[in-house]
Design a protein around this ligand. Structure first.
Ligand SMILES: [Zn+2]
Length: 298
């Protein structure tokens, strides 16, 4: 994540110049200062609202990373704990920006624990680690439910849903599931990784296991072929991915992402082609990070 995106800056300057030019033109034609005055006021407020986000991010990054957060991540977030120091700094900055810029709320007055909030945010930024230019796919942030499960009518304490990625809206996570999934050694599943992968997938409007908007160029064909193959393996019971991945390509992508970031060695061994395409997609190699042998890069 970045504090300032050059493309946004260029777009904003061009937009402000167009508004000011229109104001000058209309002032000359109408022989009145009013259009120019309105254009200046509009440009000022537009620039102000736009720069607010940038300043918020800059001040978040400038703040020191709290030692208590670092301790919690070291004890609970295996991926973070294995990163080399320079990569840890990137992770910590992303986490600070995420917490400053994206809401994390509890359901209807419920106050999620500090640990659950921090680990949920850490889960999202884990998937961004390999791409400094990537933004979180969750513009509406995260909504945390009390307990472990909820049902399809969003009633906590019922049903068997632990996380949800609605097409529009915040990521929904149950608090207990977040806390249980972030332990060391990590289990081969993680509700935050799973739902974040679904949000990547939703960005092109269809969650079908093909996150088009973030797909590296040239990977599409191989991706389709590997996914078709892997789906068949899951359905035949020949995969290390849990049965739920066989529901369809969308769930396959989400479950594979969980395994890739939690237990990459077994994925690399049993599903080398799936491991390879996820490595290219996320632009990092968790097996290398976990073994401490190399930096995150391929
Ligand atoms: Zn799912």
């Amino acid at each position: 994540m970045k504090t300032l995106y050059r493309i946004d800056l260029i777009f904003s300057i061009v937009y402000i110049l167009i508004v000011l030019s229109a104001g000058i033109f209309l002032s000359l034609v109408l022989r009145s200062y009013l259009p120019l005055l309105l254009a200046v006021v509009f440009a000022f407020f537009y620039g102000y609202f736009l720069s607010r986000k940038t300043f918020r991010r800059i001040s978040a990054v400038r703040r020191a990373f709290p030692e208590s957060w670092r301790r919690l991540l070291t004890e609970r977030a295996y991926f973070y704990s294995k990163l080399p120091p320079e990569e840890k700094r990137i992770f910590e900055n992303n986490l600070k920006i995420f917490l400053a810029d994206f809401p994390i709320r509890g359901r209807r007055g419920f106050q999620p624990s500090r640990e659950a909030r921090l680990l949920a945010a850490a889960g999202v930024v884990t998937l961004l680690q390999g791409h400094p230019e990537w933004e979180p796919p969750t513009p509406d942030g995260i909504l945390i439910y009390p307990g472990e499960r909820f049902d399809e009518d969003y009633n906590p304490g019922r049903g068997n849903i632990t996380g949800m990625a609605p097409y529009r809206g915040p990521m929904i996570l149950s608090e207990k599931r977040i806390l249980e999934d972030f332990v060391i050694p990590p289990p081969p599943f993680n509700v935050v990784y799973h739902e974040t992968a679904h949000f990547f997938d939703w960005e092109d409007g269809r969650a079908e296991g093909f996150p088009l908007n973030r797909m590296p160029p040239g990977l599409e064909e191989e991706w389709m072929e590997v996914f078709e193959n892997e789906l068949e393996r899951v359905r035949k019971g020949e995969s290390i991915l849990r049965d739920y991945a066989g529901t369809g390509p969308g769930e396959l992508f989400a479950v594979a992402t969980e395994v890739f970031f939690t237990t990459p060695f077994s994925m690399k061994k049993h599903h080398p082609r799936l491991f390879r395409i996820l490595k290219l997609f996320y632009n990092l190699n968790p097996a290398a990070i976990f073994s401490g042998k190399s930096q995150k890069r391929l």
